[in-house]
Design a protein around this ligand. Structure first.
Ligand SMILES: *Cc1c(COP(=O)(O)O)cnc(C)c1O
Length: 413
């Protein structure tokens, strides 16, 4: 559940004629009414104009601390130009799923560049980070197998595990000793997959990757890391947690997204050639869902070039992160275990977290309130993400607003 605007779906046309009797979808209106009565109904705020560090939601100009536009590239002239050129050269759609007739040269060019970037043998593009996780886990595992998974892993990993039919052993967040016990209990399974987010999306902390890689090696498990929030952010050149921890060669499958720091859309697997070859035969999102429009691949290629050419973008992201975190702590906020630009302001009480987020919006700062079931009960928070595109003035104004809204809602004394 998250704080959001008061909008509702766009509708058009006349209501359809109904036959007599109870409509089979009547339960929808009942459940929606229940959500409204509980104050849990949400409709996302409307972004009016481009995604940017300061932009307009629901008619209000706000400092945006909600996006994953880490490097501020979503509106970058070079990326827009790359997309336009690709449309002129290759059209607007790929026309088919990858494995039938939609395997375009530009998809393959992007894969070569991604593999070089991640320092792996090969890379394979998916339509999104979500389909990369769900499609990969469900392709490599079956019901004879076991997944050992951090309790805070992303929903797309959880869905992949469900689709695979493999048994699941969930260990408490970042708890290496418990992960070891899960691996011991999984002995005798056909295959075992140890899987973790590299950066956890609600807390901004890092996986204990060296320890997990050592465990995977000891138990002969497949090691997989989802670096959606780490790619373009963490590690030298933004190469992710594998680079950050120096565990190249110990992670069998890395997942990255092009939807966050890359500012467009897509996901990919980076790993050995056999991994990518196998997934092209078996991963259902590649077999049954159309590949990216060429403009998206071109945008991702331009983003990759820019990230490699201009390391100062990542430096600025981290300078802003340090400045903002230090400011929040000086105001007396609890920023949890964050080690990345994802900085939660821990609140605890769910209603108070939503009030804090609403007060911030009124003060011109958009920061999402997050509560159960997205995070555990009693651990409600307001999540902030700074970007390289924010100025010091933006962040100073945001800190002032946090101070005022925090005192008014009792989050700080
Ligand atoms: C955002 C995210 C994804 C999904 O990526 P998309 O490209 O947006 O589908 C997967 N895993 C994690 C950890 C994420 O934060």
């Amino acid at each position: 559940m998250s704080t959001s605007g008061t909008g509702s779906p766009q509708t058009g046309g006349a209501p359809e004629a109904r036959p007599a009797g109870r409509a089979p979808l009547a339960f929808l209106a009942e459940e929606l009414a229940q959500l409204r009565a509980q104050g849990l109904y949400r409709w996302p705020r409307e972004l009016q104009g481009a995604q940017a560090p300061v932009c307009v939601y629901d008619g209000r100009r706000v400092i945006n601390l909600c996006s994953n536009n880490y490097l501020g590239l979503a509106d970058h002239p070079r990326l827009k130009e790359a997309a336009r050129r690709a449309i002129d050269a290759y059209g607007v759609g790929s026309g088919a799923v990858r494995t039938i007739a939609g395997n375009m040269a530009i998809h393959q060019a992007l894969e070569r560049r991604l593999a070089a970037f991640k320092r792996t043998e090969a890379a394979l593009l998916y339509q999104s980070g979500f389909t990369a996780n769900a499609g990969t886990v469900s392709a490599i595992l079956g019901k004879e197998d076991v997944v050992v998974s951090d309790e805070l892993n992303h929903a797309s990993i959880i869905d992949g595990c469900r689709l695979s039919g493999a048994a699941r052993r969930i260990y408490p967040h970042r708890d290496v000793a418990s992960a070891r016990r899960c691996l011991e209990e999984a002995r005798g399974a056909r295959r075992v997959l140890l899987i973790t987010d590299g950066v956890f999306s609600m807390d901004g902390d890092l996986a204990p990757l060296p320890e997990l890689c050592a465990l995977a090696r000891e138990f002969g498990a497949i090691m997989m890391v989802d670096d959606a929030h780490a790619s373009g952010v963490v590690g030298a050149g933004g190469r992710g947690t594998v680079e950050h921890f120096g565990v190249h060669g110990l992670v069998d499958i890395q997942v990255g997204t092009l939807s966050k720091a890359w500012a467009c859309l897509g996901g990919y697997v980076a790993g050995g050639r056999a991994v990518c070859e196998f997934l092209m035969q078996r991963a259902r999102p590649l077999l049954f869902s159309t590949s990216h429009p060429p403009s998206v691949a071109a945008t991702a290629l331009a983003a990759l070039e820019l990230i490699e050419e201009r390391p100062e973008l990542i430096e600025r992201l981290w300078e802003n992160t340090r400045f903002f975190k230090a400011g929040l702590r000086a105001l007396g906020f609890d920023t949890g275990a964050s080690e990345t630009p994802i900085t939660p302001i821990m609140v605890g009480d769910e209603v108070r977290a939503m009030q804090f987020s609403d007060r911030l919006f009124a003060e011109g700062v958009f920061a999402l309130g997050i509560a159960y079931p997205t995070v555990p009960r009693g651990k409600a928070r307001v999540r902030t993400i700074v970007t390289a595109g924010h100025t010091r003035e933006d962040l100073s104004r945001a800190l002032d607003a946090c101070g005022r809204a925090g005192r008014e809602t009792g989050v700080i004394g």
